[in-house]
Design a protein around this ligand. Structure first.
Ligand code: FES
Ligand SMILES: [Fe+2]
Length: 389
């Protein structure tokens, strides 16, 4: 910033939980952190292998033996339902000589057996080694020493989370106020009506930052701003000193669709205030983002696929008894489909522009306080990991 009139505030250690605009410009993360492979490897260790990561909806594993393979950075994990109907997760790695056990994305382990495709070592759904065909016996072999490497797994709100680190903290710490806040929405009871998977050419942090501000809404999201009218103000609505902003939503709107109309009833447990809250965004960093509405939820699960690429799974969730079909489903999908695509395009543009050798870091203006909070969370996570080393 040499030669510029811009003054940057010193970094703060404390994360600001208040919904208040920044009082001065704040510095973004170093541009190199959005593309450097070594830095990316460090971030995988700190934020992806040592945090709770949302990887699936529980309904995708509905019966014993059903499995899915999920990839977090370089790590491949098998998620499954065991014979007792419990969720389990294991590294997708055979204890014999390290082959992967599954090379597909999903399927069913027949007869409750996981068989390695290489030499057929066979494990039960609890991960215990049971059979080692054609192995000549030796006195030192104990099957009990060769169980699959377990991965911690928990569920909340119908989302399945895994934690690849040692001694994971309770998932509740990651969720914060969400279980209470969305109690009446009964997220666990919702089912996927539509899933769209997108590969986006941007660093994972840009996706999180994009989700954290609406300064970009007026120029980028005309459809969205037609329904959430307060967002025409570029994320300034409802901030301290700006409380009597214009109406929040298009008059008469009852949910977040292109025209603001709903075609299914609101979630059955909502109170009046919750029914009127047409849009509640929520984020569990690093990878779960929710857009919660009175009658559906648009959920994003993000996975880094490289320093400059991510895969995003977008799910539209509904109460099963009011699952919209055909034209009604399209009606519910359309707004977030167009908005998510606009956001992905922004992030790709930003990723490209940040490659300039001249660009060292961005700056956050007052309404981008949540971006700043996210970046402080990243800085603090990296600092804490360094201290532990
Ligand atoms: S590597 Fe799996 S059985 Fe040999
Ligand atoms: Fe956006």
């Amino acid at each position: 910033m040499k030669g510029s009139k811009t003054r940057l505030a010193p970094r703060k250690n404390k994360l600001n939980a208040e919904r208040a605009p920044l009082e001065r410009l704040e510095r973004g993360l170093p541009a190199a952190w959005y593309r450097d492979p070594d830095h990316h490897a460090r971030e995988l260790e700190v934020f992806w292998y040592d945090r709770w990561i949302a990887v699936a909806r529980a309904e995708e594993l509905s019966s014993p033996g059903e499995y899915r393979v999920v990839t977090i950075g370089t790590q491949s994990v098998i998620l499954l339902r065991d014979t007792g109907h419990r969720l389990r997760a294991f590294h997708n790695t055979c204890r014999h000589r390290g082959s992967i056990l599954c090379d597909g994305e999903a399927g069913r382990f027949e007869h409750g057996r996981i068989t390695c495709p290489y030499h057929s070592w066979t494990y039960n759904l609890e991960g215990r080694l049971e059979v080692t065909p054609r192995r000549m016996p030796t006195p030192d072999f104990d099957t009990g020493n060769f169980s699959l490497f377990p991965v911690a797994v928990q569920a909340w709100g119908g989302f399945v989370f895994v934690h690849l680190g040692n001694n994971p903290p309770p998932l509740a710490k990651t969720l914060g106020e969400a279980p209470q806040r969305f109690k009446n929405h009964n997220l666990a009871g919702l089912r996927i009506g539509k899933r769209i998977i997108a590969d986006v050419r941007a660093n994972w942090k840009l996706i999180a930052e994009n989700f954290s501000e609406c300064l970009h809404c007026p120029p980028v999201h005309p459809e969205f701003c037609r329904v959430v009218t307060s967002y025409r103000e570029g994320g300034a609505w409802g901030l301290r000193g700006n409380e009597e902003a214009s109406p929040e939503y298009k008059p008469g709107a009852t949910t977040l669709t292109l025209d603001g109309n709903s075609r299914i009833p609101a979630f059955h447990n909502l109170d009046e205030t919750q029914r009127r809250a047409l849009y509640t965004p929520w984020m569990a960093p690093p990878n779960l983002f929710l857009n919660v509405h009175p009658d559906y939820v648009n959920a994003h699960m993000m996975f880094p696929t490289g320093p400059e690429t991510v895969r995003i799974i977008y799910d539209w969730l509904f109460e099963p008894e009011h699952m919209p079909e055909s034209a009604d489903l399209d009606h519910y999908v359309a707004l977030w489909d167009v908005t998510n695509a606009q956001d992905a395009r922004n992030c790709e543009w930003q990723q490209q522009g940040m490659r300039s050798d001249k660009f060292k870091n961005g700056v956050f203006v007052p309404q981008e306080f949540d971006c700043h909070r996210f970046c402080e969370w990243v800085r603090e996570g990296l600092r804490a990991a360094k201290r532990r080393r």
